[in-house]
Design a protein around this ligand. Sequence first.
Ligand code: MTE
Ligand code: MO
Length: 380
Amino acid sequence: MTPRLPAVRPPVFRGRLHDARTATSIGRWLGVAIALCFGTGLISHYLQQPPGWLADVLPSRPVWGYRFTQGLHVAAGIAAVPLLLAKLWAVYPKLFEWPPLRSVRHALERLSVAVLVAGAVFELLTGLLNTVQWYPWPFSFVPVHFAVAWLLAGALLLHIVVKYPQIKGHWTRKSPGTVALPAVDGPDRRSFLTGLAAATGAVTLTTVGQSFTPLKAFDVLAPRHPDHGPMGLPVNRTAAAAGVAQVDSAAYRLMVAGPRPYTLTLAELAALTQYESVLPIACVEGWSKSAHWTGVRVTDLLRRAGAPSDARIRVVSLEKYGSYRVMEMGREYAHDPLTLLALKLNGQTLDPDHGYPARIIAPNRPGVLQTKWVTRLEVL
Ligand SMILES: Nc1nc2c(c(=O)[nH]1)N[C@H]1C(S)=C(S)[C@@H](COP(=O)(O)O)O[C@H]1N2
Ligand SMILES: [Mo]
């Protein structure tokens, strides 16, 4: 006679840390963080790769616009990491729900949650690794991070709609469905949520200084510190990496192609009227730093080439390869009086790593478009 085996039963979780109220409390903060990431991510995407109709109307003000939105993007993404971990921990017992599929509706709901979880983990992981410039995957980061963001946004929206009754019921402490629950809302949930808030605050405080420089003293966990780098400014791609470390300043020429094309030597460029702009470099990877830039107004260079006042331009670097070798600039940027072909940074000749002999600096622009080692401007 075969011995009777104990029935295999899925684990049952009844703790209040795994209930819908905890899930809702964490979910609303996680939802806010993801919404911020999505909105600021769209801004970043369209500033970097504007469709033709948008390129000329993108505003060059406020000057700190991209610094703010991209700082927020990375800060919200980092804050979302502990929130997502806590949320997954709160709801993971649902993975062992029994029976696993009750109906078509239930199957679809679980499928949407699978997409939601996969999308959220993917976005936070790839975003985080991008901030340390580590790309341990075979695809290119930008298009995939962008595409999955839409998937995540859709799955999140669906999730909110499907869970609306529970969310509504647990939204506030005093919502009608929960009046009888004060005992359930005991200290362990409160300590868990307090601990989570502290963890989220801690990772934010120790990283946000990479872009929000008043807090730079606390920037101990971010991959970049705004003060670390040549001339006190970080560098993503060095002159050596770009193959332009040995620019021969005597042989250097700036070519401006337009209705009346011309060429300038470095001395001629330096002899033109120089202006100063105080503008930040705001890298898409989350660090940013403001500096004093001195150089020639791009709009002056364009006017001299006979360009119309609404011309857009292409900027070409001495760099031979690399995705940021060629950059296009819409009308608002090209003719903004603050947009410079800069020769100096904080009063000193540019370091090779910062784009010697000349680089673009423009207001409200992603760092990737602040082209270094510029040799050619083309009126389009
Ligand atoms: N030609 C060229 N310009 C470039 C890059 C590049 O790789 N090649 N990197 C860009 C990026 S990603 C940033 S954030 C800024 C950084 O400028 P910095 O190195 O002077 O701080 O330069 C931009 N200009
Ligand atoms: Mo960057």
